[in-house]
Design a protein around this ligand. Structure first.
Ligand code: ADP
Ligand code: MG
Length: 319
């Protein structure tokens, strides 16, 4: 039992709804239970561990979202919850995987029933959308922070960052900048509209990742801006790239630089052997998805063509 429980109990002895276990039971249990059996979960929340009957490789990834760093405290709790899971889920998309379940560690400064109710709503929304359940987690008192571990299974091939080959075409799954424009707009108006939606409720491109999984040679999701994430792909694969910035679509040309640098778009950046490109594009078209070709892999370093924006500021927490 956490120290917080004693703390809450001592302050609130009559209404023990505020105890750690009651919060878990009321607000964090029963999310996506209808997907437990189909996703191979034998045991979910309630015991010391969840139990998964894994008959294949599992993809596992954790993402931590800190208030004031990754999201604004003032954002609706529904969005904070949804976003924290979506950003973690984006890593499963980038591996071409299928979501199986998630764990959630929640650190919060106090217990507010209506905030918690909305937080639950966000968890239910994403659980339903991707048909995967919440199977465990942790709860503690402290500055607001959410850490999500997602589990997935490969759909076909596992897409690595490290397998881009010289000659492969560099592709992007959609226009960049919806995160930036959404964030800017939200800070101004604090409302949910078509623009802020893409920041408050970002899309993890799970279907897209699965669609490209058998054909693409490598992939990464763009969380930190295209140059930074492309650099990761390049260094993992040991091959350079010729990127043509004029070919990178952005959602608002008045803010091209910011759209390219901001990140938080969760689009997929991937490489495709040239011979397979037309097949892949046809497959994606039939799903109503776009595939933008923005460069070619080769050489030893990253060459950014048509860079009229000066040096790129890339997001690095430790700089
Ligand atoms: P322990 O003390 O063994 O770490 P807890 O009391 O923290 O266990 O948790 C009890 C049960 O509730 C566990 O099954 C755990 O996975 C689940 N749980 C705790 N926090 C959360 C959370 N934030 N979301 C979902 N499940 C949670
Ligand atoms: Mg235990």
């Amino acid at each position: 039992m956490a120290a917080w429980v004693q703390l809450v109990y001592s302050k609130d002895t009559q209404v023990n709804i505020s105890s750690e276990f009651s919060i878990i039971k009321k607000y964090l249990s029963g999310i996506g239970t209808s997907y437990l059996t189909s996703n191979g979960i034998n045991l979910a929340i309630g015991d010391d561990c969840a139990v998964i009957a894994a008959n294949s490789k599992l993809l596992i990834s954790t993402d931590t979202s800190v208030a004031g760093v990754h999201f604004l405290k003032s954002m609706p709790a529904e969005s904070i919850a949804y976003r924290s899971v979506a950003t973690a889920l984006s890593d499963i998309a980038a591996m071409g995987g299928n979501p199986v379940a998630f764990n959630l560690s929640l650190v919060m400064p106090n217990f507010n029933p209506s905030w918690m109710k909305n937080f639950r709503k966000g968890l239910q929304k994403i659980s339903r959308e991707f048909q995967f359940p919440l199977i465990g987690g942790d709860l503690a008192k402290g500055p607001l922070q959410i850490s999500v571990t997602v589990l997935g299974k490969p759909h076909t091939k596992i897409l690595l960052r490290s397998n881009a080959q010289s000659g492969d075409i560099l592709c992007l799954s959609g226009a960049l900048g919806s995160g930036y424009i959404g964030f800017k707009d939200y800070k101004k108006g604090k409302v949910l509209n078509n623009k802020t939606k893409s920041y408050l409720f970002p899309t993890a491109q799970i279907n897209y990742g699965q669609e490209i999984s058998s054909i693409a040679s490598s992939a990464i999701d763009i969380s930190d801006g295209i140059v930074q994430d492309l650099s990761h792909l390049i260094s993992s694969s040991g091959v350079g790239c010729n990127l043509d910035l004029d070919l990178v679509p952005v959602v608002d040309q008045k803010f091209t630089k910011q759209c390219l640098e901001f990140g938080d778009d969760y689009k997929l950046l991937f490489t495709v052997p040239p011979k397979k490109l037309s097949t892949l594009q046809a497959n994606l078209n039939s799903l109503n998805e776009k595939c933008h070709t923005i460069g070619v892999m080769g050489g030893k370093k990253l060459i950014i063509n048509k860079n009229r924006f000066g040096l790129f500021r890339s997001w690095d927490h430790f700089k």
